[in-house]
Design a protein around this ligand. Structure first.
Ligand code: LER
Ligand code: MN
Length: 266
């Protein structure tokens, strides 16, 4: 198992992005505290200085675990399930740019909030399917894998649970799309963490962690023992990425998380 934290730039609006600030500083802090990767939450890959980041990754022996794309929805309203063709087109183009960047970093691309929050669920799911097909075909050519993240029903109307997300991916018959299981969303949806992870193990490629209050793991009531038992049973060797809200400094937040989670794998 490998650990990472979500980092993003200072201007980000959404507040569960663990570290907001200079990305280079975020990479260095994560390394210092004992992480092996960072997840980049970016609005637009065009504003990312790829060469600068790559240089620091090499210096610090760090990797980018995944590219998070939700800011394009929260800050620009881009949505893969939009009924407006132009918005949908822009969202697909943005994901393709994220895929280009992910290829350079050998990272996953996360489809979370950019799936949108439409009212007419059934029709929107069909649109989402077409958009995802296009993104996944593009990603396949570049050898990039996509993570679809179930998100709780207060934040989106589409794909709230692992079961729905799994069926949706299976229907698409695409081998390069997996599931990102976020412990916070799973708890919000009342899902049994152990049972669900075991059941959908072949598609569990990535984990987001926060407690059930979206704070640092250990500050709420989520059963992390269950999570780690499941991950051990499925021989999970992917990333566990911290995506939480915390008033503490990034150093303290990241340190507390790692110390707490490592207790379960010793
Ligand atoms: C994204 O990973 C997520 O969990 C959502 O709640 C919004 O960012
Ligand atoms: Mn998440």
């Amino acid at each position: 198992m490998k650990f990472s934290i979500v980092i993003t730039t200072k201007d980000a609006v959404f507040n569960a992005l663990t570290f907001k600030g200079n990305l280079i500083e975020g990479i260095r802090i994560a390394k210092e505290i004992g992480y092996s990767g960072v997840e980049l939450a970016i609005r637009d890959p065009k504003v990312i200085d790829y060469n600068e980041i790559l240089k620091v990754l090499k210096e610090e022996d760090m990797v980018i675990s995944a590219i998070g794309t939700g800011r394009a929805f929260t800050e620009e309203g881009l949505s893969l399930s939009s009924f407006e063709k132009e918005i949908r087109r822009k969202a697909i183009e943005r994901i393709k740019e994220d895929i280009n960047l992910a290829e350079k970093f050998s990272a996953y691309v996360i489809i979370g909030l950019i799936r949108g929050k439409p009212r007419k669920k059934e029709e929107a799911l069909k649109i989402l399917k077409d958009s995802l097909l296009e993104c996944s075909e593009y990603a396949k050519k570049l050898g990039v894998k996509i993570l679809l993240e179930p998100i709780n029903s207060l934040e989106t109307t589409l794909l709230n649970k692992l079961s729905e997300t799994y069926d949706f991916i299976k229907d698409l018959k695409l081998s390069n799309i997996g599931i990102l299981a976020d412990t916070y969303h799973m708890s919000k949806e009342g899902e049994n963490i152990y049972y669900e992870i075991i059941k959908y193990k072949e598609k569990i490629w990535y984990i987001h962690t926060a407690d059930d209050n979206r704070g640092i793991p250990g500050t709420g009531n989520l059963n992390f023992e269950e999570l780690f038992k499941a991950l051990k049973d499925i021989k999970y060797d992917g990333f566990i990425s911290l995506e939480c809200i915390s008033d503490l400094s990034i150093e303290e937040t990241a340190d507390r998380n790692l110390k707490f989670l490592k207790k379960f794998i010793e």
